[in-house]
Design a protein around this ligand. Structure first.
Ligand SMILES: C=CC1=C(C)c2cc3[nH]c(cc4nc(cc5[nH]c(cc1n2)c(C)c5CCC(=O)O)C(CCC(=O)O)=C4C)c(C)c3C=C
Ligand code: FE2
Length: 424
């Protein structure tokens, strides 16, 4: 990967990393030792959790990239009304993101290398930390296409506002946003550092509307990864769109020139839902009921009536009592592509615990993230069906919603996030 700034740095985060890497290797070995006492294999990672992913490419990173363990997601309101300032910001963000994702500081002087009389161009808390697989993915919300920036006629039809879903209790202050950035990394400090520096760079042009930290990815987006578990204790992400499904990704994930908004070619659409779980109630529910709600067993993650996690789903199979193994309203049956004209989602969610709610309950759940080619044909019908019929609703509440058009990837150092939108 080339250095997008074209220059060396006086002090690179990675040059400070030597000791940290050794420490992490030792800690990693310890973790494997402890894990081997258990029956279940550890969740697989890429060759190294400290290595960088390329920033430049046809598509943005952080979508089919094997899901990292940590998330910091942020939605911004644009506070400037000036289109040129917005473009400047996207250019500055792109340059910073190209550096940050390669394990460098946000600016070329860094936290301690600039004029001591000036504020540093990096905040410093990631000094000594490696790239940690950081990816930064940007999206544009429907509100960006209002009158302010002359973009009203550039709004893709697929970025239609989501309908109201039965039972949702959305909190406006933690929903929506003109822009979003998804930061995923194997180290939470690296993800938070990236978002903090983008917010710092955006001072006076954007303000943070809401943000969400996540841990323990709840989906695998590559077959090389083991399936992680959500906070209800179930494997989540078994039947997901994955990096290796090239034909399905073309058909179901990436926007195409013929889709109506040519500037989105190579991009995709993102839906976020913060879903609070009443896990104290869930924890008092019998194992049998829990498994019937999802349609999979809790230990292995196998479809009910089958043995192994990746055994094919057989919705027609019946038990000795003549009832289908997978109930007619099981979550996996309601959400399955066959129930929605073959509509798939690439799920990339994270667990969250935002402390407790003051009533003796954890404020915890799933920060659901799904990428797709057209939410009107994918997320909306699936969620409408789940909202109406899923017995899981007794234990969950949707409290925040976001919808964003994620533009294509940045080609090289002369390109920037959203160029195709602003420069037809
Ligand atoms: C609108 C889309 C979906 C929402 C919202 C959603 C919420 C949600 N899901 C789980 C747990 C599991 N989901 C599983 C499968 C699954 N879920 C969706 C969609 C939504 N889920 C899809 C498309 C699928 C795949 C269906 C299939 O093709 O088989 C599973 C099973 C394992 C898996 O395949 O991932 C679990 C477990 C929770 C806890 C939740 C809200 C809090
Ligand atoms: Fe689900």
């Amino acid at each position: 990967m080339s250095d997008p700034s074209g220059n060396g740095r006086r002090m690179s985060r990675r040059s400070l990393f030597g000791l940290g890497a050794a420490g992490a290797a030792v800690a990693g070995a310890g973790a494997v030792g402890a894990r081997s006492l258990l029956d279940e294999p550890p969740v697989a990672h890429a060759a190294s959790t400290s290595a960088p992913y390329p920033f430049y490419g046809e598509h943005q990173a952080g979508i089919v990239t094997p899901a990292q363990d940590r998330l910091h997601f942020v939605a911004f309101d644009v506070t400037t009304g000036d289109r040129a300032e917005l473009i400047d910001l996207l250019q500055e963000w792109t340059a910073a993101a190209a550096r940050l994702t390669q394990g460098k500081e946000a600016g070329s002087f860094g936290a301690v290398g600039g004029d001591p009389a000036a504020a540093p161009d990096d905040t410093g808390e990631a000094l000594g930390l490696p790239a940690s697989g950081l990816t930064l993915t940007v999206g544009f919300g429907p509100s960006l296409f209002d009158k302010r920036f002359g973009l009203a006629d550039r709004r893709p039809a697929a970025l239609a506002d989501l309908p109201k879903f039965p039972g949702e209790q959305l909190v406006p202050e933690i929903s929506g946003g003109d822009l979003c950035v998804q930061a995923c990394a194997h180290d939470p400090q690296v993800a938070v550092h990236a978002i903090r520096n983008l917010a710092r760079i955006g001072f006076g042009k954007v303000s943070v509307r809401w943000s969400q930290l996540g841990f323990g990815r709840t989906s695998s987006t590559s077959r090389a990864q083991a399936t992680p578990r959500n906070l209800m204790g179930f494997k989540d992400g078994t039947n997901n769109l994955k990096l290796e499904d090239a034909a399905l990704l073309r058909e179901q994930l990436w926007a195409d020139a013929g889709d109506g908004a040519a500037w989105m070619t190579g991009g995709t659409y993102l839906v976020t839902r913060k879903i609070r779980m009443t896990i104290e109630t869930w924890d008092r529910t019998s194992l049998t009921e829990q498994e019937q709600i999802f349609g999979r067993d809790k230990g292995e993650g196998a479809p009910l009536g089958a043995k192994r996690e990746f055994d094919p789903l057989d919705f027609a199979a019946k038990g000795p009592d003549g009832q289908p193994h997978i109930a007619s309203n099981a979550h996996i049956r309601l959400a399955h592509p066959s129930s929605h004209g073959n509509a798939h989602l690439l799920r990339r969610g994270y667990n969250f615990v935002d402390g407790s709610d003051g009533l003796g309950r954890l404020d915890a759940g799933l920060f659901f993230i799904a990428y797709q080619r057209d939410p009107r044909k994918q997320f909306v019908p699936v969620q409408m069906r789940l909202a109406r019929e899923d017995p899981l609703n007794e234990y969950i509440k949707h409290v925040s919603s976001g919808l964003f058009a994620c533009p294509p990837g940045v080609r090289d150092a002369s390109d920037y996030w959203g160029r195709t939108l602003f420069e037809p």
